[in-house]
Write a new protein. Sequence first.
Length: 132
Amino acid sequence: MPELKPCPFCGAQPTLRENIYYGSGEYLASINCPCINGDVAESYFLRSGETQKQATNKSIAAWNTRTEPLPRALTWTTDPPKVPGWYWWRDVSHKGEATIQYMSQSQVERLKTYPGEEWAGPILTPLELEES
């Protein structure tokens, strides 16, 4: 049986459930993790097969090859940047407006903050386009 990878959301070891669907005689296997809504996870990673081994292998393959989760959303904070990188910045009096700016190491070291400023980041740097 292939190795079952940890959950990409919480890192826990997911649960493999194997059972026979009596209505059609097909073998079923599903994978679930407590951090994910069980109904969604089980229905998405539910696989059938002519044998229990086949159903289990299909379910594990689906779980292990899914895409990684997107990075979590950033949270606004009044704490200034501590490391160089790209950051969202806004003045709380203009909540609908924000800018993205790069903060170098020297800028981070001498940064002065003012009441009403909020920061979010660092933001992942986009990958460069590949030349064709």
